[in-house]
Design a protein around this ligand. Sequence first.
Ligand code: ZN
Length: 454
Amino acid sequence: MKIFNSLTSKKENFKPKIKNEVGIYICGLTPYDDVHIGHARTFINFDVIVKFFKFLGFKVRYIRNITDVDDKIINRANDEGISALDFSKKYISEMQNDFLSLGIESPDVEPKVSDHIDEIISMIQSLEDKGYAYRKNDSDVFFDVKKYKEYGKLANRTLEQLSASERTIPNFNKNHEADFVLWKVDTDGITWSSPWGKGRPGWHIECSAMSIKYLGAEFDIHGGGLDLKFPHHENEIAQSECATNKKFASFWMHTGPLRIKDKKMSKSLKNFITVKDILKNFHPEVLRLFFLLTHYRNPISYSREGLENSKRILDKFYAIVSQKKIPSKFTEDNSLKKDFISAMEDDFNTPKAINLIQAYARNIEKSIDDDLSKLGNFQKILNSLGLLIDNSEDYFKFGESEISDQEIENLIVLRNQAREKKDFSLADKIRNQLIEKGILLEDLNGKTIWKKKS
Ligand SMILES: [Zn+2]
């Protein structure tokens, strides 16, 4: 398998530390607002990567943290007059619900900063003991970037180049402007006691402490959104490698950004789209497929047309499997599986994989009556990407509409009674009434099923 390693900017052969096992750490969310579709992209991409390792038979250990100690949380909690931890608790459960509705698997461990203060303090302590951390005038504790010769290796820039591009407010307690906070001395907001006084951890140290705790000092894959590459991931490498004297993660993976019609998504531009907004009108697998049609490292330009396109493709996939009952046991057809694996083993090339599946779908549409095992293979491969998980009836009924499911069912009963009495004009009237409300009827083998119009 080849994976693009951000650390070397090359596709490299993936060799896990332990055969057939993989340890993955992904930087998770800071829960202070609704989950937006940029987050959805990152975590769906990593979900598919984790799923693919499992599909290949790997034993996966997947860790995704929650940054529940953060200035944004503290400020928002203060505005609402509640404690920071109560505030973040609310958004953590919102986040978990959103991820669940997107079909994103829970990680094996979802560690929170507030539960790992001891590990963080002992890591800062060891950095201080080794001379990599310092403080002046009882100020915050800083990491001394000049002491770590490899600083800048992930960003692929020297310290001088990095300093020139970073404009920061001068801080007289720092030796170098790129030095970053390990422990913030503070008495306001949420605080813990430490050898340096009351305060809270800086942002970057949490991921070093938690990834090492759950995966060991050296592990296979560390990932996150591209916006975290610098300084967050650079700083994680610096702290971890100085604290342990070992090479931290072997592979660094970054998902590309999401833009809205080529503009950055932001509240001030009023183009901020949450997961909940999308799921009002589109099935979660439509959003998933939309993301998979672009390679995980490339930027995605979000548009409604893009979602509608992915809905058309997914409608077709669901229509194919809804026509026939797939036997629980079927012979595996290796042609699709082989091509699918080789596309995915090339740095998780999901657009190519979807293309192959579409070609296979066209094939089975032609030969659907004679080979049910083909249908089984088709479904199994799509399932491995987190698609075709829903049952097709529920899939086609998904979405908000002006008429309730019960009202639809009642009208179907009335229409069938009319048809039995050969009152076809009433039957047609009811059908047209439903079409006006966006509901399509299909009469199949003596049964009437309904779906929502695209
Ligand atoms: Zn992180």
